[in-house]
Every structure is written in C-alpha cells, then in structure tokens.
Design a binder for this molecule. Structure first.
Ligand SMILES: [Zn+2]
Length: 751
C-alpha cells in the first residue's frame, strides 16, 4: 500500500473498532474459494446476492465446527453442506464470527471438504483515515464505482473468509461478479467476461496462492489501456498488462505514467534474477476514486485517481514480489512488505531508470525522512491507521524499513545483497507463502557467515530500537594511507549499540578516489570486504595520500558524522594473529598495524589457553607500508589443542598482546591422502580413506611453499575435485582435518 500524505489531511481521524479475532485458526487449511457476488454500483453499495464456497483440508481430527470471519452487516441466508442446507440452529453469527457445526464431525485429519455460505447485505465502510474495506463512490464523470481495499483486516467486511496472516488460499480464487452491462470488473488473475442480455458476468480466476487481504475487486465503467511486455527472463515474451481506467482517466498523461511498467518489470526481473511472480496470469492496474494512494492487489494494483505517478507505480509493482509473493506474517512487521516497496520506489527505481543525480537526491530524501526517534517495527496494530500512516514519529516501517535494507546492501555489497534477495524470494516455504524477519535475516546472514560477521544485533537494533546514530570521526591522513577511529552515539539514549556498515569516501593525490566500508560491530571496526578486525582504529593502505573524505557519500546508512577531527597521534596497535594446522607442524602468521615503533615479537604457546610460555622471539621489522608482518613454525604440535598468542614489544617500552588463536589436533601419518594427478595442471582430485572421512566435516587447507594459504574451507567426502589452474607453478601442501582433528596430508606439484 502507498498512501499520499496530502490527501490524508483531507480525511478526518476517527475511531476504528478493530478486527475480527478468528475463532478456529488451526483446524483447517483453506485450499480454494469461489466467490460469487451480484452488485450494481449505480443503485447502491449492496451485495444483493453473495455466495462463497470454501474448499478446505482439515488440520485436526474430529472437526465438529468450522469458523469464518464475517462482519455482522452481512446477512447469512443459508449454509449448504454436502448438497443440503443446514438447519439454522447449526450455525451462529455473532461478534463478526460465523460458526458452523457439521451434521457429523469430520473424523480424519487431512480430509478435503467444502461448505457454501449464501449471504447478502450492504457492507460497512471503515471510517479510518487510511482507506480500507468496501467502498462505493462517485467518480468525476458522475458514475459510481464499487471497490474493495481489504488490507489489513477488512476482507471479512464483505465476504466470509479466514481474515488472517497464517493461511494463504493455496489454489487461488474464482471471483464471479454479476453486474449490469456497461461495467468492467478488476480483480486477481485472468478475466473471462460473458454477457447475457443486460447482465454481464465477469469471472476472475487466479491459480496462485493468495493472502486473504489481497483478494479484491472493483466495478466501474472502465476502459482497458492494455499492452504486453517482454519480462526479460523466461521464454514468455508477452506478459499481458491491463490497466483499467475511468473514461475520464484514460488520458495521455496517465497512459504515459503507466508506460513505466514496461521498463520497470524487466528491470526488477533482471535485478532479482527472478521472474515476475504471476507470469502465467497478468499484471495490471485498476483506477479507484481518490482514496489517496494505491494498494498492491495481487496481479492488479488498485490506484487512486491522482496517484498515477511512476514513483507510486514503482512502489506497487515491487509489492508483487515483496508483499504478495512473500507476505509478512505479522502486521507489526509490515516493513517486510513496505520497507521493500519503499526501497524499490526511492532507491531501485531511480537507480535503474533515472539519472545519477536524481537517484542521489532520492536516497538523500529517504535518509533524512527517518526521524531521530522512530522504530521500524509497528508498536500497535489495533487499527489500520497505526500500521499505515506514514512518517509517524513513532513508527516508520516504510522509511526506516527501506533504510534497514539499504544498510544491509552497504554491509553485504551488491553481489552478496542481490544473491541474498534471490535466495529469499525463491526460498521454498517462503515463496508464495508468509515470511518473517528471521527468514530475511537467515538469507542475509548466509552471505556474511564466511567473513565471521553476525547480523543478530543489526536486526535487533534497527528493527526494534528507536532512532539512528551519529559518529564522532577521528582520522589521520598518512602517505598512501588513512587511519580511522569511529565513536557511535545513538539519537535516543539507552538503545544499545547499533551494529552497522559505515561507508567513507576518500579522495587524494594521484587520482585517489575510493570508498571504504567499515563494519562497526559492537564498537570494534572490521573491514567489510575481508572480515578482518581492526580494533578501535582502522587502517587502509591507499593508492595516494588522502586530502579529503566524505562520510556516507551515497546516503545509504542511518548515520551522520557529528564531527570529523584530524588527530596526528591516534594510538594504534592492531595485531592480527592466525594459527593453523600444517603437515606435522602448526603455522603462525601475523600482521600488525601500528603507528608506534616496535622492537620485537615474543611467540607464546599454551596447552590450556591460560598458562602461556615463550617458544620463540623475533625482531620486528617494519614493511614498506608501515605494517609489521611475521611468521613462525611450531615443529611440535600437541595431541590436544594448542593455543598461541604473540606479544608486541615497543621500542618505547610498552607492550601489547594479540588475541589468542587456537589450533586443534593430533596428527595422523602422511600418505593417507592421495592426490591425482600429481603433478597437476588444471585440477586434481582427492582420494580420502573411508576411516578418515567417517568423521565429518572435513576441512581442507592448501598452502604454498611459503606457507601462504591458497585454499581453505569444508569439502565433501568421496573424491572432491579441486581446480588449480590459477595457481602459480610450485610445490603445495594439501592438508585435510576431520572432526576428530586428525590430519592427513600430501605434497602436490602444480605444473
Ligand atoms: Zn506499499
């Protein structure tokens, strides 16, 4: 849904009484609905005749009753079950819930059955500021329209349904609307229209799972502005797009706005590498009176007169993936629908179809629209106004939700971000079903797992906590490098630390123009690209000497710099120690970034991680770029775990320990592993003894003669094939470690 704030001002605030509490949510699964309605917009808002047949599977044994949400304004005239009308005492309709008792309980769980509810009445129209429910209105030509906007929980105002976010209608809906001739009906799926005398029957069929609130229809004297487009991904080159416009709305201006759909669908499909979700049916729009926005009705967005802008159409179209294909399972987390749609409206659409300067302005506007006090989560869902009134100072599911996605993209980088989105929109169990924050988090986390990042705090803080952050930036420009220290302050105190990415653009001599992305995780700075920890001061080697920098140059994160202070004496001591198992030895390597002159390193070892003793000492020699590199081979690994640390001794007398690095392991003999062919050129395979691969997982480490790791990670058992065509010729050590910390290794030669 997209609302246009100006029109909201015209509405009056009023009370909404809330939504039906569904009585029996877990006792049946809705399979299919056939909804037959007779209406005449010219005469009244009444549904003069309604009939809804629901096919369902029981999800509990001995099901004696079934319940539907149905507003009291609807008058039930009969319930037909197995071909017979049930006696009136077998059903009750109170508190907006219709309860039906079966003549005999349905014994077996999983039984397919159906029931038909016949009814009529004039549906209520909610008086909330956010338009919702069943509406009859006059458009500017003087003709009337009837249309429904069932988000969030007003489907039951006009049809008996399960008005929930737990059960999609798996096999879709047939919506059969009988009207006088001269009308067209907008709806879900594919239209079949027949006329008999003065009566017209419009049947919309959709065969894709659909959430209750996305089932809608509209009736007006429409004209169809139709075209077909090539969606760009599959063999189907002609997706029909039907735009139902009032005769007075079928203008060149509106048509030109609608033409953006031809470019937008291929752009979204290309970006997500995922088809339009309803390729076998259609996309389209249907005009409604000026309710002040649009609603992402599945396969046919309902658009208010006056809301035909490329920007709103871009928002609504993205909902077909985010909202309709994957639907939030909780109205508190409406940002899973609206944050995405807002992101596509203000970031993706300008990025794909507009100029760079327009796109930057849109991102800046999105960033500044997030207040210093709001949350992404919606705190109250008591009525539709609480959920959807945008720019509330308390909850901003649209703006802050979009910026949460923007920050994920900055953290992951484009390749990983779009891979995560692809995995998310195509995930079995999520696609065409309901989704959750945990599900989104899972697919984002997958992309940073290998770098050691943890997104739990990111999601917790940015979804649930208030406000945004500022950073005091301390920095030092040095020859071909920069030191950065960032100190976070929240705009609302007591909200904890917001883990986040921080992009900084650096320009300088020799054409230096680069953007680095730091990850602030718990106050420790990390390199977003490598996962390496910097500590409190980050250091980057650069191709030139910096002369200027810009905090968040592209307006992609919810942070601003409160100060930028050049400090020439930032105390910096960052020691990265890595210890790893070798063939009969343990290998240590370290990389120290510091602006303090060092004297030497002491290498220390422990069997228990607490009692350390020295096993060697090395002189500290600074490399050309001011870093200190070192390595050490421990020829005597223990049968249990070995713990290592190094102590950096400063020339001035100070000293700093590294973090502890651990190696597990006892050694199995060499030769247990066979490398074929050996020597190898393009690739080689490993033959792993069964006794060794009984203890999964297997971790592979391959390093060259200098101890430099060229490949590392888990591999399957059997005879895995390792490509080596890009390795330099030379001798390599291939080492496997199983779950019992046994090692098998073999030298191989790359020709
Ligand atoms: Zn929306």
């Amino acid at each position: 849904m997209k609302t246009v704030p100006t029109s909201i001002l015209l509405c009056t605030m009023s009370c909404f009484t809330g939504f039906a509490a569904f009585a029996y949510p877990s006792t049946y699964n809705v399979i299919y609905d056939r909804i037959s309605l007779t209406v005449n917009p010219a005469l009244s808002a009444a549904i003069t005749s309604g009939s809804v047949t629901t096919y369902f599977n029981t999800t509990a044994p001995a099901l004696a009753q079934i319940g539907f949400d149905l507003d009291q304004a609807m008058n039930v005239t009969s319930i037909v079950y197995h071909g017979s009308a049930l006696p009136a005492e077998d059903y009750s309709h109170a508190g907006n819930v219709l309860l039906i008792s079966f003549p005999a309980a349905i014994a077996v769980k999983g039984t397919r059955d159906s029931v038909t509810i016949n009814y009529h009445g004039t549906p209520v129209t909610p008086t909330t500021s956010i338009p919702s429910g069943y509406n009859r209105a006059q458009h500017s030509s003087g003709n009337y329209i009837i249309y429904t906007l069932s988000e969030s929980f007003t489907g039951h105002d006009w049809w008996p349904c399960k008005d929930s976010l737990v059960d999609k209608i798996d096999s879709g809906v047939d919506m059969i609307v009988t009207t006088p001739t001269g009308y067209m009906v907008g709806g879900n799926g594919v239209l079949i229209q027949t006329t008999s005398g003065s009566i017209q029957i419009s049947t919309w069929k959709t065969r894709v799972p659909i959430a209750t609130y996305l089932v809608n229809f509209s009736v007006a004297n429409y004209q169809d502005y139709a075209f077909t487009i090539n969606t760009g991904l599959t063999s189907r080159t002609a997706l029909p797009v039907h735009n139902f416009l009032f005769p007075e709305g079928n203008t060149t201006t509106n048509q030109n706005a609608l033409n953006v759909i031809s470019s937008l669908i291929p752009a979204y499909v290309n970006l997500l590498n995922t088809d339009y979700p309803y390729l076998k049916e259609k996309y389209g729009t249907a005009e409604c009176t000026n309710f002040g926005g649009a609603l992402e009705v599945q396969t046919m967005t309902f658009v208010a007169s006056g809301a035909y802008t490329a920007s709103i159409l871009a928002h609504e179209l993205s909902h077909q993936w985010f909202g309709d294909k994957l639907t939030t399972n909780d109205w508190h987390m409406i940002w899973l629908n609206e944050g995405f749609a807002e992101y596509f409206q203000y970031v993706i659409y300008p990025q794909q179809l507009q100029s760079a300067s327009t796109a930057l302005a849109a991102r800046q506007s999105l960033k500044t629209s997030v207040t210093n006090t709001s949350t992404t989560v919606v705190s109250s869902i008591a009525n539709v106004d609480n959920i959807f009134i945008p720019s509330s100072s308390l909850n901003q599911p649209y703006e802050k939700g979009a910026m949460t996605l923007s920050m994920l993209r900055a953290w992951l980088g484009d390749t990983h971000f779009y891979t995560a989105l692809y995995n998310y929109v195509n995930a079995p169990g999520l696609a065409y079903n309901f989704t959750s924050v945990d599900s989104l988090k899972y697919y984002m986390q997958q992309q940073v797992q290998g770098l050691g990042f943890d997104l739990n705090n990111f999601f917790q803080e940015w979804v649930n906590n208030k406000g945004r952050v500022t950073y005091a930036v301390n920095y030092d420009y040095v020859k071909n490098g920069i030191y950065l220290n960032l100190v976070q302050s929240p705009t609302v105190s007591g909200q904890g630390h917001f883990d986040m990415p921080v992009p900084i653009e650096i320009k300088g001599t020799g054409g230096l123009d680069t953007t680095v992305v730091l990850i602030d995780q718990g106050g420790t700075l990390y390199n977003s690209a490598t996962g390496a920890a910097f500590g409190s001061v980050a250091h980057f080697n650069l191709s030139g000497t910096p002369t200027s920098m810009t905090f968040d140059p592209n307006s992609v994160v919810l942070a601003t710099a409160s100060s930028m202070t050049q400090i020439s004496t930032l105390p910096l001591m960052d020691i990265q120690l890595k210890a790893m198992p070798g063939a009969g030895v343990n290998l240590l390597s370290w990389n120290v970034t510091t602006n303090l002159p060092l004297q030497s390193f002491v290498i220390e070892k422990s069997a228990d991680g607490t009692q350390f003793s020295s096993i060697g000492q090395q002189e500290a020699i600074a490399s050309a770029n001011g870093q200190y590199l070192g390595s050490f081979t421990d020829p005597d690994p223990g049968r249990g775990a070995d713990f290592y640390r190094i102590l950096a001794l400063e020339q001035g007398g100070g000293q700093t320990y590294s973090a502890i690095s651990e190696v597990n392991g006892t050694a199995a003999g060499p030769g247990a592993l066979t490398v074929l062919p050996n020597p190898a050129t393009g690739s080689f395979s490993l033959s792993i003894p069964a006794t060794f691969s009984d203890h999964l997982p297997l971790n592979l480490v391959i390093y060259d003669a200098s101890g430099q790791v060229v490949k590392m990670g888990q591999i399957p058992c059997g005879t895995p094939v390792i490509p080596c065509d890009e390795w330099a010729p030379g001798i390599y050590m291939v080492l496997l470690i199983n779950d019992r910390n046994q090692r098998a290794y073999q030298k191989m030669i790359k020709k």
